[in-house]
Design a protein around this ligand. Structure first.
Ligand code: 6PG
Length: 233
């Protein structure tokens, strides 16, 4: 079952996401002494990262005990403008002073297959507590794009995925690995995502075309614009 919450606007969605992260983080720390959080790139989580870094929010979670991972990465060096690591580091991890030992990034600067193998080794004995996912207008999530090879991955946690329409390689967690995560949370906003959201949540199963359908039992935090096409029960 997918769990969908519709927020009146993007600011409200961002605030709800921050509250959910600190709540699930505190629960993980209380139960297991560690909180393993995987981040996504894209534009949607940027205001969330900025919010979490504000003094009144940072005090709500013991970030020194949070271990950070990524859902996907572009095949670029860590100081590149398109690096998902760089975006999260600058907006969230640097302002919060998260120790470098807690930061487990994908090595976008290496040959894609090697970087994916390295990250699969990092994740071999790791179960993530929470993964933040976005969704594109084409219903991709992480770097699981429609009709690409990574959609068929059944065993490895992380794979290199060539995306023809971007003419680029990406590194991505596989759907089976993402599905082992304790809490899967999608953040989706904007009218441009409405058609994809309806297809993913209420359309016929077709994960080759709508890869976000591969993620089971997720929480979806969506704004009213993105939710405009949904039939509500
Ligand atoms: C990335 C992502 C990707 C993203 C979606 C949505 O590296 O680009 O992790 O899966 O979440 O493309 O992107 P926006 O938030 O920019 O719409």
């Amino acid at each position: 079952m997918q769990d969908v919450t519709i927020h009146r606007d993007f600011a409200d969605l961002t605030w709800a996401a921050a509250a959910l992260i600190v709540r699930l983080g505190a629960e993980s720390l209380a139960e297991r002494g560690v909180f393993r959080l995987a981040l996504s790139g894209g534009s949607t989580p940027l205001p969330l990262y900025a919010l979490l870094a504000l003094p009144e929010w940072r005090a709500r979670l013991d970030w020194a005990r949070v271990q950070l991972y990524w859902a996907d990465e572009r095949c670029v060096p860590p100081d590149h403008a398109q690096s998902n690591y760089r975006m999260a580091y600058e907006a969230l991890l640097l302002p919060l002073g998260v120790p470098m030992a807690n930061i487990h990034r994908m090595q976008g600067e290496l040959a894609p297959e090697m970087a994916a193998a390295n990250y699969s080794a990092v994740l071999a004995a790791v179960r993530l507590d929470l993964i933040l996912l976005g969704m594109g207008e084409d219903a991709h999530t992480a770097s699981l794009f429609p009709e690409t090879a990574a959609l068929g991955e059944t065993t490895r946690p992380c794979v290199a995925n060539y995306v023809p329409k971007l003419e680029a390689w990406r590194l991505t967690l596989s759907a089976p690995y993402i599905n082992t995560t304790r809490h899967k949370v999608f953040l989706v906003n904007g009218a441009n995502k409405a058609a994809a959201l309806k297809a993913v949540l209420q359309g016929a199963p077709d994960p080759q075309r709508y890869p976000a359908q591969l993620i089971s039992a997720a929480r979806w935090l969506v704004d009213a614009e993105a939710a405009a096409g949904l039939e509500q029960a």
